[in-house]
Design a protein around this ligand. Structure first.
Ligand code: SF4
Length: 430
Protein backbone atom coordinates (compact mmCIF):
# COMPACT_ATOMS: atom_id res chain seq x y z
CA UNK A 1 0.00 0.00 0.00
CA UNK A 2 2.80 2.40 0.91
CA UNK A 3 4.55 1.68 -2.35
CA UNK A 4 1.40 2.44 -4.30
CA UNK A 5 1.02 5.72 -2.43
CA UNK A 6 4.66 6.58 -3.05
CA UNK A 7 4.22 5.92 -6.73
CA UNK A 8 1.16 8.13 -7.00
CA UNK A 9 2.88 10.85 -4.98
CA UNK A 10 5.93 10.71 -7.20
CA UNK A 11 3.99 10.92 -10.47
CA UNK A 12 1.63 13.66 -9.34
CA UNK A 13 4.28 15.94 -7.84
CA UNK A 14 6.74 15.44 -10.64
CA UNK A 15 4.12 16.32 -13.23
CA UNK A 16 3.03 19.45 -11.35
CA UNK A 17 6.63 20.52 -10.99
CA UNK A 18 7.25 19.99 -14.71
CA UNK A 19 4.34 22.21 -15.69
CA UNK A 20 5.79 24.96 -13.51
CA UNK A 21 9.49 24.56 -14.30
CA UNK A 22 10.00 23.05 -17.72
CA UNK A 23 12.57 24.66 -19.94
CA UNK A 24 11.63 26.18 -23.24
CA UNK A 25 13.60 23.91 -25.60
CA UNK A 26 13.32 24.09 -29.37
CA UNK A 27 12.09 20.50 -29.75
CA UNK A 28 9.38 21.14 -27.18
CA UNK A 29 7.77 23.76 -29.37
CA UNK A 30 6.28 21.11 -31.62
CA UNK A 31 4.94 17.60 -31.40
CA UNK A 32 6.49 16.70 -34.74
CA UNK A 33 7.82 13.18 -34.18
CA UNK A 34 10.72 13.84 -36.56
CA UNK A 35 11.90 16.79 -34.46
CA UNK A 36 11.54 14.79 -31.26
CA UNK A 37 13.40 11.89 -32.79
CA UNK A 38 16.30 14.10 -33.96
CA UNK A 39 16.53 15.75 -30.54
CA UNK A 40 16.56 12.43 -28.71
CA UNK A 41 19.32 11.06 -30.92
CA UNK A 42 21.38 14.22 -30.45
CA UNK A 43 20.83 14.23 -26.70
CA UNK A 44 22.36 10.78 -26.26
CA UNK A 45 25.64 11.33 -24.41
CA UNK A 46 25.40 15.07 -25.08
CA UNK A 47 24.27 17.98 -22.92
CA UNK A 48 21.17 20.01 -23.75
CA UNK A 49 23.11 23.29 -24.05
CA UNK A 50 25.42 21.72 -26.60
CA UNK A 51 22.60 20.17 -28.57
CA UNK A 52 20.41 23.30 -29.02
CA UNK A 53 22.47 25.03 -31.76
CA UNK A 54 23.08 21.70 -33.53
CA UNK A 55 19.39 20.88 -33.43
CA UNK A 56 18.40 24.27 -34.85
CA UNK A 57 20.97 24.03 -37.61
CA UNK A 58 20.07 20.43 -38.44
CA UNK A 59 16.33 21.09 -38.61
CA UNK A 60 17.01 24.26 -40.59
CA UNK A 61 19.00 22.30 -43.11
CA UNK A 62 16.86 19.12 -43.09
CA UNK A 63 13.38 20.32 -42.12
CA UNK A 64 11.62 17.13 -43.17
CA UNK A 65 12.29 13.43 -43.18
CA UNK A 66 12.29 13.56 -46.94
CA UNK A 67 15.01 16.22 -47.03
CA UNK A 68 17.16 14.17 -44.66
CA UNK A 69 16.60 10.96 -46.59
CA UNK A 70 17.62 12.59 -49.84
CA UNK A 71 20.67 14.51 -48.61
CA UNK A 72 24.21 13.37 -49.40
CA UNK A 73 25.68 11.63 -46.36
CA UNK A 74 28.60 14.06 -46.35
CA UNK A 75 26.25 16.97 -45.75
CA UNK A 76 24.57 15.16 -42.89
CA UNK A 77 27.94 14.44 -41.31
CA UNK A 78 29.06 18.03 -41.84
CA UNK A 79 25.94 19.24 -40.05
CA UNK A 80 26.73 16.81 -37.22
CA UNK A 81 30.41 17.78 -37.09
CA UNK A 82 31.52 18.37 -33.50
CA UNK A 83 28.70 16.41 -31.86
CA UNK A 84 30.63 13.13 -31.96
CA UNK A 85 29.28 9.58 -32.13
CA UNK A 86 28.83 9.98 -35.84
CA UNK A 87 27.18 6.61 -36.31
CA UNK A 88 24.14 8.31 -34.76
CA UNK A 89 23.93 10.65 -37.76
CA UNK A 90 24.39 7.84 -40.25
CA UNK A 91 21.78 5.68 -38.56
CA UNK A 92 19.37 8.60 -38.41
CA UNK A 93 19.66 9.14 -42.13
CA UNK A 94 19.34 5.42 -42.82
CA UNK A 95 16.20 5.33 -40.68
CA UNK A 96 14.80 8.42 -42.45
CA UNK A 97 15.13 6.47 -45.70
CA UNK A 98 13.35 3.52 -44.06
CA UNK A 99 10.51 5.85 -43.06
CA UNK A 100 10.33 7.26 -46.58
CA UNK A 101 10.28 3.83 -48.19
CA UNK A 102 8.10 1.88 -45.78
CA UNK A 103 5.85 4.47 -44.15
CA UNK A 104 5.36 7.14 -46.79
CA UNK A 105 7.56 9.63 -44.94
CA UNK A 106 5.53 9.55 -41.70
CA UNK A 107 7.14 8.36 -38.46
CA UNK A 108 5.09 5.32 -37.45
CA UNK A 109 3.36 5.41 -34.07
CA UNK A 110 3.56 1.70 -33.70
CA UNK A 111 6.02 0.19 -31.23
CA UNK A 112 7.25 -2.60 -33.46
CA UNK A 113 7.72 -0.31 -36.45
CA UNK A 114 9.61 2.31 -34.45
CA UNK A 115 11.85 -0.38 -32.98
CA UNK A 116 12.66 -1.52 -36.49
CA UNK A 117 14.23 1.81 -37.41
CA UNK A 118 18.00 1.87 -37.52
CA UNK A 119 19.63 3.34 -34.43
CA UNK A 120 16.39 3.34 -32.44
CA UNK A 121 16.74 1.39 -29.21
CA UNK A 122 14.27 0.96 -26.35
CA UNK A 123 14.94 4.42 -24.91
CA UNK A 124 14.54 6.35 -28.16
CA UNK A 125 11.51 4.30 -29.19
CA UNK A 126 9.89 5.03 -25.82
CA UNK A 127 10.73 8.71 -26.10
CA UNK A 128 9.28 9.06 -29.62
CA UNK A 129 6.14 7.07 -28.84
CA UNK A 130 5.44 8.81 -25.57
CA UNK A 131 6.48 12.39 -26.32
CA UNK A 132 5.15 12.63 -29.87
CA UNK A 133 2.19 10.24 -29.71
CA UNK A 134 1.42 10.22 -25.97
CA UNK A 135 1.64 6.43 -25.88
CA UNK A 136 2.21 5.01 -22.37
CA UNK A 137 5.70 3.71 -23.15
CA UNK A 138 8.63 4.08 -20.74
CA UNK A 139 11.73 5.96 -21.88
CA UNK A 140 14.45 4.85 -19.50
CA UNK A 141 18.02 6.09 -19.79
CA UNK A 142 20.77 6.62 -17.22
CA UNK A 143 19.16 9.81 -15.89
CA UNK A 144 15.82 8.17 -15.32
CA UNK A 145 17.44 5.15 -13.65
CA UNK A 146 19.29 7.48 -11.31
CA UNK A 147 16.09 9.23 -10.24
CA UNK A 148 14.18 5.99 -9.75
CA UNK A 149 17.07 4.32 -7.90
CA UNK A 150 17.16 7.20 -5.44
CA UNK A 151 13.48 7.79 -4.93
CA UNK A 152 12.61 4.10 -4.54
CA UNK A 153 15.94 3.14 -2.94
CA UNK A 154 16.73 0.55 -5.57
CA UNK A 155 20.19 -0.91 -5.11
CA UNK A 156 20.40 -2.99 -8.28
CA UNK A 157 23.34 -2.33 -10.59
CA UNK A 158 22.05 -0.05 -13.37
CA UNK A 159 24.81 -1.26 -15.69
CA UNK A 160 22.99 -4.61 -15.89
CA UNK A 161 20.39 -5.30 -18.56
CA UNK A 162 17.99 -6.91 -16.13
CA UNK A 163 17.97 -3.74 -14.00
CA UNK A 164 16.99 -1.71 -17.03
CA UNK A 165 14.11 -4.11 -17.71
CA UNK A 166 12.98 -3.77 -14.11
CA UNK A 167 13.21 0.02 -14.30
CA UNK A 168 11.22 0.06 -17.53
CA UNK A 169 8.47 -1.89 -15.81
CA UNK A 170 8.43 0.59 -12.93
CA UNK A 171 8.59 3.64 -15.21
CA UNK A 172 5.63 2.33 -17.21
CA UNK A 173 3.58 1.82 -14.05
CA UNK A 174 4.35 5.38 -12.98
CA UNK A 175 2.90 7.00 -16.11
CA UNK A 176 -0.41 8.68 -15.15
CA UNK A 177 -3.30 7.99 -17.52
CA UNK A 178 -3.17 10.16 -20.64
CA UNK A 179 0.00 11.93 -19.48
CA UNK A 180 2.78 9.86 -21.03
CA UNK A 181 4.23 12.74 -23.03
CA UNK A 182 4.47 15.19 -20.15
CA UNK A 183 5.35 12.64 -17.52
CA UNK A 184 8.30 11.14 -19.38
CA UNK A 185 9.62 14.61 -20.10
CA UNK A 186 9.14 15.49 -16.44
CA UNK A 187 11.23 12.50 -15.41
CA UNK A 188 13.99 13.45 -17.83
CA UNK A 189 13.87 17.11 -16.80
CA UNK A 190 14.03 16.25 -13.13
CA UNK A 191 17.12 14.08 -13.69
CA UNK A 192 18.75 16.87 -15.66
CA UNK A 193 17.93 19.80 -13.36
CA UNK A 194 17.32 18.51 -9.84
CA UNK A 195 18.34 14.92 -9.21
CA UNK A 196 21.71 15.45 -10.85
CA UNK A 197 24.51 12.87 -10.74
CA UNK A 198 26.90 14.38 -8.20
CA UNK A 199 25.01 16.98 -6.18
CA UNK A 200 21.28 16.29 -6.16
CA UNK A 201 19.33 19.41 -5.21
CA UNK A 202 17.15 17.65 -2.66
CA UNK A 203 16.10 20.85 -0.93
CA UNK A 204 14.22 22.06 -3.99
CA UNK A 205 13.10 18.62 -5.12
CA UNK A 206 9.35 18.25 -5.63
CA UNK A 207 9.37 14.66 -4.32
CA UNK A 208 11.84 15.11 -1.46
CA UNK A 209 9.27 14.36 1.21
CA UNK A 210 8.98 10.71 0.27
CA UNK A 211 12.33 10.06 -1.35
CA UNK A 212 13.58 6.81 0.23
CA UNK A 213 17.12 7.40 -0.98
CA UNK A 214 17.34 10.78 0.68
CA UNK A 215 15.65 9.55 3.88
CA UNK A 216 18.30 6.82 4.08
CA UNK A 217 21.12 9.28 3.38
CA UNK A 218 21.88 7.50 0.12
CA UNK A 219 21.20 10.28 -2.36
CA UNK A 220 24.83 10.61 -3.41
CA UNK A 221 25.71 6.92 -3.31
CA UNK A 222 22.87 5.79 -5.54
CA UNK A 223 22.53 4.56 -8.20
CA UNK A 224 24.75 1.51 -7.95
CA UNK A 225 26.72 1.23 -11.16
CA UNK A 226 29.71 -0.97 -11.90
CA UNK A 227 32.39 0.99 -13.66
CA UNK A 228 32.88 0.47 -17.38
CA UNK A 229 36.35 -0.52 -18.51
CA UNK A 230 38.45 2.60 -19.16
CA UNK A 231 39.22 3.26 -22.83
CA UNK A 232 42.37 1.56 -24.11
CA UNK A 233 45.19 4.09 -24.65
CA UNK A 234 46.61 4.20 -28.15
CA UNK A 235 49.47 6.43 -29.29
CA UNK A 236 49.30 7.61 -32.90
CA UNK A 237 51.55 9.63 -35.17
CA UNK A 238 49.81 12.09 -37.46
CA UNK A 239 51.16 13.83 -40.54
CA UNK A 240 50.37 17.40 -41.44
CA UNK A 241 51.70 17.27 -44.99
CA UNK A 242 52.17 20.73 -46.44
CA UNK A 243 51.94 21.01 -50.21
CA UNK A 244 54.46 22.73 -52.41
CA UNK A 245 54.34 24.43 -55.80
CA UNK A 246 50.75 24.59 -56.97
CA UNK A 247 49.71 22.92 -53.75
CA UNK A 248 51.40 25.47 -51.55
CA UNK A 249 49.10 26.55 -48.76
CA UNK A 250 47.23 23.25 -48.81
CA UNK A 251 47.48 20.23 -46.56
CA UNK A 252 46.72 16.60 -47.22
CA UNK A 253 43.67 14.94 -45.70
CA UNK A 254 42.38 11.42 -46.10
CA UNK A 255 39.00 9.84 -45.75
CA UNK A 256 38.48 7.09 -43.21
CA UNK A 257 37.28 3.62 -44.21
CA UNK A 258 33.69 3.12 -45.23
CA UNK A 259 32.74 1.38 -42.01
CA UNK A 260 33.85 1.27 -38.40
CA UNK A 261 35.23 4.05 -36.26
CA UNK A 262 34.41 7.53 -37.68
CA UNK A 263 33.47 5.92 -40.98
CA UNK A 264 33.98 8.12 -44.06
CA UNK A 265 35.00 11.16 -42.05
CA UNK A 266 38.11 13.14 -43.01
CA UNK A 267 41.30 13.41 -41.02
CA UNK A 268 45.02 13.93 -41.17
CA UNK A 269 46.74 10.67 -42.06
CA UNK A 270 47.90 8.90 -38.91
CA UNK A 271 49.29 5.55 -37.85
CA UNK A 272 50.17 3.71 -34.64
CA UNK A 273 53.29 5.00 -32.89
CA UNK A 274 56.22 2.61 -32.46
CA UNK A 275 55.48 0.15 -29.69
CA UNK A 276 58.94 0.30 -28.15
CA UNK A 277 58.91 4.01 -27.33
CA UNK A 278 56.28 3.77 -24.66
CA UNK A 279 53.46 3.98 -27.16
CA UNK A 280 51.92 0.70 -26.03
CA UNK A 281 50.31 2.33 -23.06
CA UNK A 282 51.52 5.91 -23.19
CA UNK A 283 52.39 8.48 -25.79
CA UNK A 284 55.25 8.91 -28.20
CA UNK A 285 57.50 11.75 -27.13
CA UNK A 286 57.43 14.69 -29.52
CA UNK A 287 61.17 14.82 -29.96
CA UNK A 288 61.53 11.08 -30.32
CA UNK A 289 63.59 10.23 -33.40
CA UNK A 290 62.09 6.75 -33.50
CA UNK A 291 58.63 8.27 -33.76
CA UNK A 292 59.71 10.57 -36.60
CA UNK A 293 61.34 7.67 -38.36
CA UNK A 294 58.26 5.51 -37.98
CA UNK A 295 56.10 8.28 -39.39
CA UNK A 296 58.43 8.70 -42.36
CA UNK A 297 58.14 4.97 -43.10
CA UNK A 298 54.37 4.98 -42.64
CA UNK A 299 54.09 7.85 -45.08
CA UNK A 300 56.26 6.04 -47.62
CA UNK A 301 54.31 2.79 -47.26
CA UNK A 302 51.13 4.74 -47.88
CA UNK A 303 52.56 6.22 -51.07
CA UNK A 304 52.77 9.69 -49.57
CA UNK A 305 55.97 11.35 -50.60
CA UNK A 306 56.72 13.53 -47.60
CA UNK A 307 59.27 13.94 -44.84
CA UNK A 308 58.46 14.73 -41.18
CA UNK A 309 60.23 17.94 -40.24
CA UNK A 310 59.11 19.09 -36.83
CA UNK A 311 56.65 18.40 -34.10
CA UNK A 312 53.54 20.54 -34.47
CA UNK A 313 51.42 19.69 -31.45
CA UNK A 314 49.86 16.89 -29.45
CA UNK A 315 46.15 16.17 -29.35
CA UNK A 316 43.82 13.70 -27.73
CA UNK A 317 40.55 12.09 -28.68
CA UNK A 318 38.50 9.75 -26.55
CA UNK A 319 36.04 7.21 -27.85
CA UNK A 320 34.06 4.91 -25.60
CA UNK A 321 36.67 2.15 -26.00
CA UNK A 322 39.87 3.87 -27.21
CA UNK A 323 41.79 6.92 -26.15
CA UNK A 324 44.03 8.33 -28.86
CA UNK A 325 47.06 10.43 -28.08
CA UNK A 326 48.22 11.96 -31.32
CA UNK A 327 51.62 13.49 -31.89
CA UNK A 328 51.30 15.63 -34.98
CA UNK A 329 54.27 16.46 -37.20
CA UNK A 330 54.59 19.00 -39.93
CA UNK A 331 55.78 17.16 -43.00
CA UNK A 332 57.22 18.58 -46.17
CA UNK A 333 56.08 17.25 -49.51
CA UNK A 334 59.20 15.93 -51.11
CA UNK A 335 58.86 15.65 -54.85
CA UNK A 336 58.21 18.62 -57.02
CA UNK A 337 54.52 18.32 -57.58
CA UNK A 338 52.77 18.16 -60.89
CA UNK A 339 49.47 20.06 -61.15
CA UNK A 340 47.06 19.50 -58.35
CA UNK A 341 44.60 16.69 -58.81
CA UNK A 342 41.38 18.09 -60.24
CA UNK A 343 39.29 16.55 -57.52
CA UNK A 344 41.08 18.40 -54.75
CA UNK A 345 38.12 20.76 -54.55
CA UNK A 346 35.59 18.10 -55.39
CA UNK A 347 32.05 18.90 -54.33
CA UNK A 348 30.06 16.39 -52.36
CA UNK A 349 28.67 14.78 -55.47
CA UNK A 350 32.11 13.90 -56.75
CA UNK A 351 33.12 12.58 -53.36
CA UNK A 352 30.07 10.38 -53.25
CA UNK A 353 30.98 8.83 -56.53
CA UNK A 354 34.40 8.02 -55.21
CA UNK A 355 32.98 6.47 -52.09
CA UNK A 356 30.37 4.44 -53.88
CA UNK A 357 32.74 2.89 -56.34
CA UNK A 358 36.11 2.63 -54.66
CA UNK A 359 37.12 -0.70 -56.14
CA UNK A 360 36.94 0.31 -59.78
CA UNK A 361 37.74 3.99 -59.47
CA UNK A 362 41.18 5.15 -60.40
CA UNK A 363 42.80 6.68 -57.39
CA UNK A 364 43.82 10.28 -57.76
CA UNK A 365 47.44 10.90 -58.63
CA UNK A 366 48.25 12.67 -55.42
CA UNK A 367 51.99 12.29 -55.60
CA UNK A 368 52.84 11.97 -59.27
CA UNK A 369 56.53 11.36 -59.64
CA UNK A 370 58.12 12.95 -62.68
CA UNK A 371 60.00 9.76 -63.45
CA UNK A 372 57.34 7.27 -62.46
CA UNK A 373 55.59 5.00 -64.89
CA UNK A 374 52.86 4.53 -62.33
CA UNK A 375 51.92 7.99 -61.20
CA UNK A 376 48.65 6.93 -59.70
CA UNK A 377 49.90 4.09 -57.55
CA UNK A 378 47.12 3.48 -55.09
CA UNK A 379 48.00 4.18 -51.53
CA UNK A 380 46.56 1.52 -49.25
CA UNK A 381 46.39 3.34 -46.02
CA UNK A 382 44.32 1.19 -43.81
CA UNK A 383 46.57 -1.76 -43.19
CA UNK A 384 46.48 -0.88 -39.49
CA UNK A 385 42.73 -0.55 -39.22
CA UNK A 386 41.03 -3.78 -38.28
CA UNK A 387 39.01 -5.08 -41.16
CA UNK A 388 40.16 -2.43 -43.60
CA UNK A 389 43.49 -3.68 -44.84
CA UNK A 390 43.68 -3.00 -48.54
CA UNK A 391 40.84 -0.52 -48.70
CA UNK A 392 41.89 2.51 -50.69
CA UNK A 393 41.81 5.82 -48.96
CA UNK A 394 40.50 8.89 -50.72
CA UNK A 395 42.78 11.85 -50.20
CA UNK A 396 42.50 15.56 -50.91
CA UNK A 397 44.67 18.64 -50.77
CA UNK A 398 42.74 21.33 -49.00
CA UNK A 399 43.11 24.94 -48.00
CA UNK A 400 41.21 26.53 -45.16
CA UNK A 401 38.42 27.58 -47.53
CA UNK A 402 37.76 23.93 -48.40
CA UNK A 403 37.16 22.81 -44.84
CA UNK A 404 33.45 23.53 -45.09
CA UNK A 405 33.18 20.77 -47.69
CA UNK A 406 34.47 17.97 -45.49
CA UNK A 407 33.28 16.52 -42.20
CA UNK A 408 36.05 16.15 -39.63
CA UNK A 409 36.03 14.61 -36.15
CA UNK A 410 36.55 17.33 -33.56
CA UNK A 411 40.18 16.54 -32.92
CA UNK A 412 41.13 17.08 -36.57
CA UNK A 413 38.94 20.12 -36.90
CA UNK A 414 40.84 21.69 -34.02
CA UNK A 415 44.22 20.64 -35.38
CA UNK A 416 43.52 22.03 -38.83
CA UNK A 417 42.17 25.30 -37.44
CA UNK A 418 45.20 25.61 -35.18
CA UNK A 419 47.48 25.00 -38.13
CA UNK A 420 45.79 27.51 -40.44
CA UNK A 421 45.59 30.10 -37.62
CA UNK A 422 49.26 29.73 -36.89
CA UNK A 423 50.21 29.94 -40.52
CA UNK A 424 48.03 32.99 -41.16
CA UNK A 425 49.46 34.70 -38.08
CA UNK A 426 53.01 33.97 -39.28
CA UNK A 427 52.18 35.26 -42.77
CA UNK A 428 50.82 38.51 -41.39
CA UNK A 429 53.82 38.88 -39.09
CA UNK A 430 51.68 38.37 -35.95
S1 SF4 B 1 15.13 14.11 -2.85
FE1 SF4 B 1 17.15 14.26 -3.73
S2 SF4 B 1 17.73 12.18 -4.19
FE2 SF4 B 1 15.53 12.17 -3.86
S3 SF4 B 1 14.68 12.38 -5.92
FE3 SF4 B 1 14.84 14.42 -5.02
S4 SF4 B 1 16.80 15.19 -5.72
FE4 SF4 B 1 16.82 12.98 -6.04
Amino acid sequence: MKRQEDMEFFSRHLLEWYHRQKRDLPWRRSRDPYHIWVSEIMLQQTRVDTVIPYFNRFIGRFPTIESLAEAPEEEVLKCWEGLGYYSRARNLQHAARQVEDAYGGKVPDDREAVFGLKGVGPYTAGAILSIAFNRPEPAVDGNVMRVLSRFFLIEDDIAKAKTRVKMEGLAKELIPGGEASHFNQALMEHGALVCTPKSPRCLVCPVMERCAGRLAGRETTLPVKTKAKPPRPEARLAALVEGRGERAGRVLIRQRPSSGLLARMWELPHWPAPENDGAGGGAARPEDAAAMDRLRRSLAEAGISARPEEHFMAAEHTFSHIHWTLQVYRCREERLPLPMAAEARAPYAAQRTAVEAPAEASPPALFPAADSADPGAAPELFADEAGHAGERAEMRWIGREDMANYAFPNVFLKLLNAYFDQRDAAASGG
